[in-house]
Design a protein around this ligand. Sequence first.
Ligand code: 3PG
Length: 214
Amino acid sequence: MTMTSPLSSLFEVAPVVPVVVLHDVQAAVPLARALVAGGLPVIEVTLRTDVALRSIERIAAEVPEALVGAGTVVTTDQVKQCVDAGAHFLVSPGCTDRLLAAMDGCGLPYLPGVATVSEMLTVLDRGRTEMKFFPAEAAGGMAYLKAVAGPLPQARFCPTGGITVATAGDYLALPNVGCVGGSWLTPADAVAAGNWARIVRLAREAASLRAPIR
Ligand code: 3PG
């Protein structure tokens, strides 16, 4: 099944993409509503739990203001499962030729994970300029992104991995950063306790880091 998405660029909507790990499908909809209420409508639900696909389905069906994507996509089978679940976009932590081909072919916007210049070139070779820089802090952080801006000026990144509210603004100020991702918006204890007010506050703080492009 091939899908079309309302989204042409994942970098056009919000400065921060919350990276979410859900253990209870019942939390999916209220969590998504809290993030949207705080101004972060682009949500990445990682495929790291057995409720992830059902959570994506629920958010896609019940929270129309959200753009819900699947994260931690590592196999071609998962690409199909995510399309079937109604995901609006895909994010992978790395890229292989098979995975890139599957994501390219599925019709959804996607952020392939890259950490080296060669991986960046592989993605650019496919005519794609948007990528996830992962794991951002461990792979070289802001200094690395500044260094690749010279040879690869067309590449645009969503750095993710080790970014906090304290560092997100500096990443967002880099000209080759379109948005940043992070799990700090959805602390596990707040999600488990259903503390949606705390998540609205965290989202609001992150949403104000940079005005959306549109
Ligand atoms: C990811 O999957 O992108 C990361 O686990 C998120 O990284 P963080 O937890 O350091 O924000």
